[in-house]
Design a protein around this ligand. Structure first.
Ligand code: IPE
Ligand code: IPE
Ligand code: MG
Length: 251
């Protein structure tokens, strides 16, 4: 288990160990160019490729990308179906390259609302890359932070029914959260100008440094990513302590 930011003081490194991104602004990027919204999603896949490469090279351990929220099903059916098609095509096309580059792919979120074809493809991609030891790339698809906490609670109570009467603690719940295999994100990035979390990793973002940029996701290139990391480097992560305490104990 990784250190919880509320139960212990996590180690802070120059390069964030875990970056979590809300890839927003695809539709507006396309609209600006008088293109259909879906053209923005297509271009967004290119940015994903670039971000994965940059994070691997920079020594980031975990990159988590919000691709489809539990509320994105509310979009027009044509857009949802385009996104599903794009997701499946990207999974099938990219897995060999990810594997070759030592990247471990994980999916978090509900799986039961995807087509059997997508579910098979997710399982195959995860199995093929499971033993890789490079960057862990997590795609959050049909993911919602509230779902994650509810789901974890249900799983925990199923495994330990006695906790329903004795009560439980954070450490009891954490192994059942969707990202139990990763440390909590050090840096959260949201592109596209909105200043909200949109039901992303609600539990895990407790002490994450937040970075918001107006840049639309398809324009979020390596330089933009490095600027976000640069901003992160200047943050003082106190985890509840005072600045003076930090100076006497470096992390
Ligand atoms: C993010 O871009 C991609 C998904 C949510 C799938 P949007 O499609 O939300 O783009 P905007 O926010 O409408 O510009
Ligand atoms: C958040 O973006 C979800 C993803 C990027 C996958 P949205 O565009 O769906 O968020 P809201 O609706 O503006 O909050
Ligand atoms: Mg959006």
């Amino acid at each position: 288990m990784f250190k919880s930011s509320t139960q212990t003081i996590p180690t802070v490194n120059e390069v964030p160990c875990h970056i979590a991104i809300i890839m927003d602004g695809n539709g507006r990027w396309a609209k600006q160019r008088f293109l259909p919204r879906v053209a923005g999603h297509k271009q967004g896949v290119e940015t994903v490729r670039e971000a994965v490469k940059a994070c691997s090279e920079l020594g980031v351990g975990y990159l988590t990308l919000f691709a489809f929220s539990s509320e994105n099903w509310r979009r027009p059916p044509e857009e949802v179906s385009f996104l599903m098609g794009l997701f499946l095509a990207a999974l099938e096309r990219e897995v060999a390259k990810l594997d070759k580059n030592g990247i471990r792919l994980r999916l978090i979120g509900r799986r039961d609302r995807f087509s059997p074809e997508i579910i098979r493809s997710i399982e195959a991609a995860e199995a093929r890359t499971a033993a890789n030891s490079g960057l862990t790339l997590t795609i959050a698809a049909d993911y919602g932070g509230r779902w994650d906490i509810m789901n974890a609670t249900q799983l925990m109570l199923k495994a330990h029914p006695e906790l329903a009467t004795t009560g439980f603690e954070e450490a009891d719940l954490e192994p059942y959260l969707a990202m139990a295999y990763a440390p909590e994100p050090d840096l959260f990035i949201r592109t596209g100008g909105e200043g909200r979390v949109s039901n992303f990793l609600l539990w895990q973002l407790a002490y994450t440094e937040l970075y918001f940029t107006d840049t639309f996701w398809p324009d979020f290139n390596r330089t933009a990513l490095e600027a976000a990391i640069q901003s992160y480097r200047h943050r003082e992560r106190r985890f509840g302590r005072t600045s003076e305490q930090l100076k006497s104990t470096p992390c």
